[in-house]
Design a binder for this molecule. Structure first.
Ligand SMILES: NC(=O)C1=CN([C@@H]2O[C@H](COP(=O)(O)OP(=O)(O)OC[C@H]3O[C@@H](n4cnc5c(N)ncnc54)[C@H](O)[C@@H]3O)[C@@H](O)[C@H]2O)C=CC1
Ligand SMILES: O=C(O)[C@H]1O[C@H](OP(=O)(O)OP(=O)(O)OC[C@H]2O[C@@H](n3ccc(=O)[nH]c3=O)[C@H](O)[C@@H]2O)[C@H](O)[C@@H](O)[C@@H]1O
Length: 443
């Protein structure tokens, strides 16, 4: 099938490349010329394992192209997937301006019957509005025949760092439409994937996405809440999680306590769902609790360290990990970005290391930045530790995970470690003479 995809970010690009991999003819559209130039040169603007290899193979097979020309791309597409951003507005609601812009471009461009599919995460009712919006802008045709344009929901569940695998081997594909015509097209698009398809109404599909993300966020905040109590009563959250995960009703995923969830989605999707509730005079108390716990959790270790050290002024602080999780170069919502400004304000001399997120962080916090403290970037995780008086671990990249207690003991001036991901052996650290603070662990 001839498919166009609007947006070449984590969702749009991966979807487009995977549709091509499954045999469809795909055009990826982005308004950002620099991104399209990069894609044309065979490079992915995002860090995702296996993506560039698939881009190359499908480009060579003639099934994949990139363009900024939305008119050409949407004009004769049989299906157009929308994967543009829906970021958070100051009141917590989702900013739908990019979606509206694409809807308008589609209306101005299409020349044949076409199914529009919203992959972006959007509040319940948005698909309906997009459909109306497109119809409002559809120009009258010379022959008087009205084009058939419908909008269906197909929320995306991939996680960054494993995006290609999560798409090609998704646990399920959710399609939301109230029309047999639209469902038929979506079934044909997904047939070559051989994945379980859950077909629901359009509004339910929109809600599935928020309900799933919010449930996962709630799980994390719940574990962080319990972790904070563990610290106060002398229990250990890792042992507690181990005792919980064997219960299949609970499951072993997303029980990881630490410095809270980050990323471009959980923080915004919790707020957007809470906002949707308020719009409908319903207070989602569980979701609000998840948001509140997460807000506090992000700077928990900074506050602990400030109490312990009294002052950061002139102290060399190693920051290990900048991205919101390993396997991605994405800094959106990263806990490190909530802590670095606090450390700099307090006069710390930060040395940061991240294998993928360093360049993006440099753009936000340039080396030698004016201020009380300063930041520089190390070439290796071990270099970052050299001579440090304190260390914060924010992302569990493999090279950070593999550090031994001796690495901290021998390289740091004062081996004082704040581990936001609970990744080190507490006893081994103590035995090596490292002062080790984690989240919800036994003292
Ligand atoms: N990042 C993730 O892991 C996931 C994201 N989502 C949802 O998918 C949506 C997209 O997220 P990301 O891919 O992370 O966004 P992103 O910010 O990485 O990419 C969005 C892209 O859309 C482009 N764009 C904006 N307006 C455009 C237009 N009119 N025409 C063509 N391109 C345009 C931008 O230049 C950008 O390249 C959001 O709603 C998000 O909540 C859903 C599941 C996973
Ligand atoms: O809508 C989205 O964008 C996506 O959001 C998440 O994916 P992602 O944000 O890429 O990453 P996750 O692996 O879910 O991690 C999110 C955050 O939670 C944190 N986390 C995760 C698991 C855990 O046990 N504890 C914990 O603190 C991670 O460190 C990270 O900061 C969901 O997992 C995807 O299913 C969803 O499609």
């Amino acid at each position: 099938m001839r498919i166009s995809v609007a947006g070449t970010g984590y969702v749009g690009l991966v979807a487009g490349v995977c549709f091509a991999e499954r045999g469809h003819q795909v055009t990826c559209v982005d308004q950002d010329q620099a991104k399209v130039d990069m894609l044309e040169a065979g490079r992915a603007p995002i860090h995702e394992e296996g993506l560039e290899a698939l881009m190359r193979a499908n480009r060579e097979a003639g099934r994949l192209s990139y363009t900024t020309d939305h008119r050409g791309a949407y004009g004769n597409a049989e299906a157009i997937f929308i994967g543009v951003g829906t970021p958070e507005l100051p009141d917590g609601s989702a900013d739908l301006s990019h979606i509206a812009q694409v809807a308008r471009q589609i209306a101005e461009s299409i020349r044949q019957d076409c199914l529009v599919v919203v992959k972006s995460t959007v509040p319940v009712g948005t698909n309906h509005k997009v459909e109306q919006f497109i119809h409002d802008f559809l120009p009258a045709r010379a022959d008087g025949r009205k084009l058939r344009v419908e909008v269906a929901s197909n929320p995306e569940f991939l996680a960054q760092g494993t995006a290609v695998r999560d798409t090609l081997q998704a646990a399920r594909v959710v399609i939301g439409t109230d029309s047999a015509w639209a469902e038929g097209i979506l079934q044909r698009i997904y047939a070559p994937f051989g994945l379980p398809v859950v077909s629901v109404s359009r509004r339910s599909a929109e809600m599935v996405k928020y309900a799933a993300n919010n449930f996962l966020a709630l799980k994390i905040s719940y574990m962080n809440d319990i972790a904070n109590l563990c610290e106060r009563v002398g229990a250990d959250i890792l042992e507690v999680a181990e005792g919980m995960r064997h219960d299949r009703r609970i499951g072993g995923h997303f029980l990881g306590a630490g410095i809270g969830y980050g990323g471009s989605c959980f923080p915004k999707d919790t707020k957007a769902l809470e906002h949707l509730g308020r719009q409908h005079n319903y207070r989602l108390r569980t979701v609000q609790a998840a948001i509140d716990v997460n807000e506090d959790q992000r700077t928990l270790l900074f506050r602990k360290a400030r109490n312990r050290l009294i002052s950061f002024r002139g102290l060399k602080v190693a920051v290990l990990g900048l991205t919101f999780k390993p396997g991605t170069d994405d800094l959106r919502g990263a806990p490190a970005l909530s802590n670095i400004p606090l450390l700099l304000e307090q006069g710390a001399l930060v040395t940061a290391y991240d294998p993928a997120g360093q360049e993006r962080c440099r753009a936000l916090h340039p080396e030698g930045e004016e201020g009380e403290g300063g930041i520089r970037y190390a070439n290796s995780v071990r270099e970052a530790l050299e001579g440090a008086g304190a260390c914060f671990v924010f992302t569990e990249w493999p090279e950070i995970l593999s550090l031994s207690p001796q690495d901290f003991k021998q390289r740091m001036r004062t081996p004082l470690v704040y581990d936001g991901r609970n990744i080190y052996d507490r006893l081994a650290m103590l035995e090596a003479g490292v002062e080790y603070h984690a989240v919800g662990r036994r003292p």
